[in-house]
Design a protein around this ligand. Structure first.
Ligand code: ADP
Length: 166
């Protein structure tokens, strides 16, 4: 059984991420979406919220059955081993992603030569899209409908409401 891991912050999941999830699922028997806790990055949503949003999005927008969403911390390659994954999936948007991603992929391959990284080039309609842009727009009450799946839009706005009310 070929198992792939798609790691990321997903803070929050966007339509760009969903596109990669759907395309990558076709390549493997099982896709594990690894949600990085990474408190150093000060995510807006907790790892549990991010996992829940991804699960909701997959349930409501796809028929995918062989996808699992798991929060993790620590070394990606350790998580890949734990999950018995042989493929790491990453998305490439612009050339600026490339240098960083290449370095990480090569390092991970040095750490475990049985695990390879596969890159998906972004679909053009999402090439500009990032979780950071979504947060920036939502923080000012702007319209994020074109950027994130419908079923999590309200949760994103609610998060900002709850922040403002403390
Ligand atoms: P990270 O913090 O690891 O960069 P992200 O959640 O920002 O996590 O992204 C996870 C993965 O999804 C990365 O490989 C990133 O390049 C990819 N990705 C993010 N946005 C898009 C998009 N709009 N189109 C394609 N891939 C994307």
């Amino acid at each position: 059984m070929k198992i792939g891991i798609y790691p990321g912050s997903f803070d929050p999941i966007t339509l760009g991420h969903l596109d990669i999830i759907i395309r990558a699922s076709g390549l493997v028997d099982k896709l594990v979406i690894g949600v990085l806790r990474n408190n150093a990055k000060k995510p807006l949503f907790t790892a549990e919220e991010r996992v829940e949003y991804i699960e909701r999005v997959i349930r409501e927008n796809t028929n995918l059955k062989s996808v699992e969403v798991i929060a993790f911390e620590g070394l990606l390659i350790e998580f890949a081993r734990q999950q018995k994954a042989s493929i790491i999936v990453r998305g490439l948007r612009a050339i600026t992603d490339f240098e960083y991603e290449l370095q990480i992929a090569q390092t991970n391959h040095k750490l475990d030569s049985k695990v390879d990284t596969i890159f998906f080039t972004t679909s053009v309609e999402y090439s500009y899209l990032s979780s950071s842009a979504v947060k920036e727009i939502a923080s000012f009450g702007g319209d994020i409908q074109q950027f994130v799946p419908e079923c999590i839009i309200q949760s994103v706005y609610d998060k900002y409401k709850s922040i403002r009310s403390v």
